[in-house]
Design a protein around this ligand. Structure first.
Ligand SMILES: Nc1ncnc2c1ncn2[C@@H]1O[C@H](COP(=O)(O)OP(=O)(O)O)[C@@H](O)[C@H]1O
Ligand SMILES: [Mg+2]
Length: 401
């Protein structure tokens, strides 16, 4: 099924939209034309009777005609979102609003902007369709089996948020709009700051009221990040934590795994009730350990407790962060104390604090240093078929250069 229809004579713009929808769920159907169809029925007929979710008009189409088509569309097929790709002037914005146009797309926009706008337009379309036919389900096509990845550590300040944000951005490249990062560090969460987001809604809104009853409402409470991922940020004030229960967390993750391929959960240090609730749902645990004895011992104890509680997720990934040979420990020492092999090593790197402060994860801006390389290796572990591929053993010597 084509979710998106584009009418334009402009092949450069067509290429940009094509790039933007690559990897997204649903296809793009392009009509290369500099004239408009007679009416909505004309388009639907060409689509074998299946209406799209989003119709993009232009650039290169007569704006007046586009607005006319948009208003007829709005009357006959209100569930289809119309996006106008034209330069917005005050007059056209007003006319477009009256015609029921959902959004303006600047013809010079980049693919990230186009992707985010299309996702929003199709969310709005899905919402309206549900309003019209509440019995239809809009669930994603992966059978509700999204992977829930808990990023955790016994201690704070060891790199959980750094790893979680980079993992989400990295996975977003293979699964655009199929990834959500959830900040469960409910008191001092900093996913929003690490991703330079200013959320309109937070996790408090998501677990109370309408969103908890309806996954479509929940999706509109998420914040869209330009890298093509969603985020659910921590409450604005630490006292809100008390209102969020373990049962809220369970239900939330349950809802999200119906809608997303990957749910990356950043957590507060330790094994509090929200972390335990996350582990109940998690398919994967990513443990972050620093290069210090308390951090390494804490991890061993953590593993033991989870085994006893029978809460250890199916897959475990151990990340040794801030690796530095000046710490006076070897990888062997770490593995012996933890009692398990380390899967990924991230060396200490100047780029990471800088990227945290800038609010741009290193995997977003394509840095090439050793820490980024390690983060990319971590992302690879979550791609389909990873288990089946041959893997090199961690190169021990390379670790502490
Ligand atoms: N490998 C690394 N090298 C240098 N600094 C790092 C590294 N990993 C994380 N940091 C920095 O350490 C600080 C704490 O990391 P953060 O991810 O917020 O930890 P946590 O979420 O576990 O509290 C951040 O400023 C981050 O940029
Ligand atoms: Mg953190």
């Amino acid at each position: 099924m084509s979710r998106y229809v584009l009418i334009t004579p402009n092949s450069d713009f067509e290429r940009l939209v094509q790039l933007a929808v690559t990897g997204m769920h649903g296809a793009l159907h392009v009509f290369q034309a500099d004239y408009l169809p007679e009416g909505p029925a004309d388009i639907i007929r060409q689509m074998q009777g299946e209406p799209p979710e989003v119709l993009i008009l232009g650039p290169g189409l007569p704006v007046e005609g586009s607005l006319k088509l948009a208003s007829v569309m709005d009357l006959q097929y209100p569930e289809i979102s119309v996006v106008l790709a034209a330069t917005a002037t005050p007059e056209t914005v007003l006319q477009a609003m009256r015609a029921g146009v959902r959004d303006f797309l600047d013809p010079g926009a980049d693919t990230d902007t186009i992707r985010v706008m299309l996702e929003r337009a199709s969310l709005a379309a899905a919402g309206r369709r549900r309003g019209l036919a509440p019995q239809t389900s809009e669930h994603a096509d992966h059978g509700g089996a999204g992977r829930v990845i808990a990023v955790m550590s016994p201690k704070g300040g060891v790199g959980k948020t750094t790893v979680a944000t980079n993992l989400a951005v990295g996975l977003g490249k293979t699964s655009p709009m199929g990834v959500v990062i959830v900040d469960l560090d409910l008191q001092f969460g900093d996913v929003a700051s690490g991703l330079l987001l200013e959320p309109d809604f937070t996790i408090t809104d998501a677990v109370m009221g309408a969103a908890s009853q309806d996954s479509m409402v929940l999706k509109t409470y998420l914040t869209v990040h330009p890298a093509g991922i969603y985020a659910l940020c921590a409450p604005r004030s630490p006292i809100e934590m008390d209102r969020i229960t373990a049962a809220h967390v369970s239900h939330l993750l349950d809802q999200l795994r119906q809608e997303f391929h990957y749910i990356v959960v950043d957590t507060a240090p330790g094994l509090g009730e929200h972390v335990l609730a996350t582990l109940e749902q998690a398919t994967d645990a990513v443990w972050i350990c620093g290069m210090d004895v308390p951090s390494i011992r804490g991890m061993r104890t953590g593993f033991q407790i989870l085994e006893e509680l029978n809460l250890a997720p199916e897959r475990r990934h151990i990340v040794l962060n801030m690796a530095d040979r000046r710490a006076g420990l070897t990888l062997k020492d770490v593995e012996a104390t933890v009692g398990a092999p380390v899967d990924v090593v991230l060396p200490r790197s100047k780029n990471l604090p800088y990227s945290t402060n800038k609010g741009v994860p290193v995997l977003q801006d394509g840095s090439k240093d050793a820490a980024s390389k390690g983060l990319r290796q971590l992302v690879e572990r979550f791609k389909p078929g990873w288990e089946a591929r041959p893997h090199k053993q961690l190169h021990r010597r390379a670790v502490f250069q």
